[in-house]
Design a protein around this ligand. Structure first.
Ligand code: PLP
Length: 360
């Protein structure tokens, strides 16, 4: 059986060493020494001066919307994971969808202005599969219309653009460190901002708004993370180069073996490099995608329709809306199995099956 993803796990003895330390200190959560150390090491690795380690990527998004005090309408993409949209609704705002660009699969910046109304307060865009949005154009539109920008960088760990971390863009960026992501702390997330005032607000928010043991500075939530999660994060960071090396090898093998497959891949941003978070392929139509998916499944190889269906047609709390490019891509896209443990032989097997079913 080949699953679509498998979380990276370091050797258990190494995790055990961290557990021994936790038992000695008896400090389990509330931003203990491991969580603190993880923040320092991640800043160093990502080349950022500020970030906060939080519970998960979804809470990170909700904290971001709250910290910017957003109201009214937020322009966003229908081609993302549900948390991008649900966070907007959860914070009492209205998501306004804009169709995606057929090449990057990110929100189509050239269509944003048409959707701006007097109620618009922000743009929340996803770097889909880690591929950077048109951050320059989005920044231009945002400053022209006085809008805030939040980036859902759940997939974008380690991505740089012109040598600079992608998380430096927007008023706030978030990342997910969930077990299925490229780099993980089991559950976890990051909130990133360059603005010192917003950072301070976010730090209060993460800890119920506490300002000392008996005072409050802000409306807060419990956005903290534990020492056990931080330990996994610290350990996985020691393996990140190996993880990336493996993923690159798998990626290159797929590229090579699938040259003659009649599919296309998202077009990556010119000034950035792939972080090998996913291996998506886009078929000519839904029928050929399903045929391939089912054939692989019959051989115990599991792929995922990611993202399908469009968020604008699926959520019971929103009116259905149709977007030609999003709806079309969502029907035809498939993510292939992609994780460090996947062997080259398994990659070859997947590719052989894909080519066989195409030529059938
Ligand atoms: C995974 C994911 C999230 C949510 O992150 P969690 O850490 O699972 O809460 C948000 N947005 C996108 C695009 C994601 O893929």
């Amino acid at each position: 059986m080949i699953p679509v993803t498998k979380p990276f796990l370091p050797p258990s003895e190494e995790y055990q060493k961290y557990l021994t330390g936790i038992w000695q200190r008896q400090w389990l959560t509330n931003m203990g020494p491991l969580a603190n150390d993880l923040e320092i090491k991640l800043k160093e690795y990502l080349g950022l001066s500020h970030l906060l380690f939080v519970t998960n990527g979804t809470v990170a998004l909700q904290m971001a919307i709250k910290a910017l005090d957003l109201k009214g309408e937020i322009i966003t993409t229908p081609f993302s994971f549900v948390a991008t949209t649900s966070s907007i609704v959860w914070e009492g705002c209205k998501p306004v969808f804009v169709d995606i660009d057929e090449n990057s699969l990110n929100i189509d910046a050239s269509k944003i202005e048409d959707s701006i109304t007097e109620k618009t307060t922000a743009i929340l865009a996803t770097h889909v599969y880690g591929n950077p949005c048109d951050v320059v154009e989005i920044e231009k539109i945002a400053s022209k219309h006085n809008l805030k920008v939040i980036y859902d960088g759940a997939h974008a760990f380690g991505v740089r653009i012109n040598g600079k971390s992608i998380f430096e863009y927007g008023d706030i960026s978030i990342c997910s460190l969930h077990a299925t992501k490229l780099y993980h702390s089991i559950e976890g997330g990051l909130v990133i901002t360059k603005d010192a005032t917003i950072l301070k607000k976010l730090a209060y928010m993460r800890n119920f708004g506490f300002d000392g043991p008996e005072a409050f500075a802000e409306l807060g939530i419990n956005g903290k993370n534990s020492e056990f999660h931080a330990a996994m994060g610290l350990l996985n960071l020691e393996y990140i180069d190996k993880i990336l090396e493996k993923r690159k090898a798998i990626n290159d093998r797929f590229d090579d073996k699938l040259k003659n497959l009649n599919v296309r891949k998202p077009l990556w941003h010119d000034d950035s490099a792939n972080n090998y978070a996913y291996y998506p392929i886009i078929f000519e139509n839904e029928e050929s995608m399903l045929k391939a998916m089912n054939f692989l499944k019959s051989h115990e190889i599991f792929t995922r329709r990611y993202f399908y269906p469009s968020l604008a047609t699926t959520l019971p709390y929103l009116e259905k809306q149709y977007f030609p490019i999003t709806d079309d891509i969502a029907k035809c896209v498939m993510c292939l199995p992609f994780y460090p443990d996947l062997s080259i032989e398994e990659v070859d097997l997947i590719c052989r099956f894909l080519l066989r079913i195409q030529n059938n």
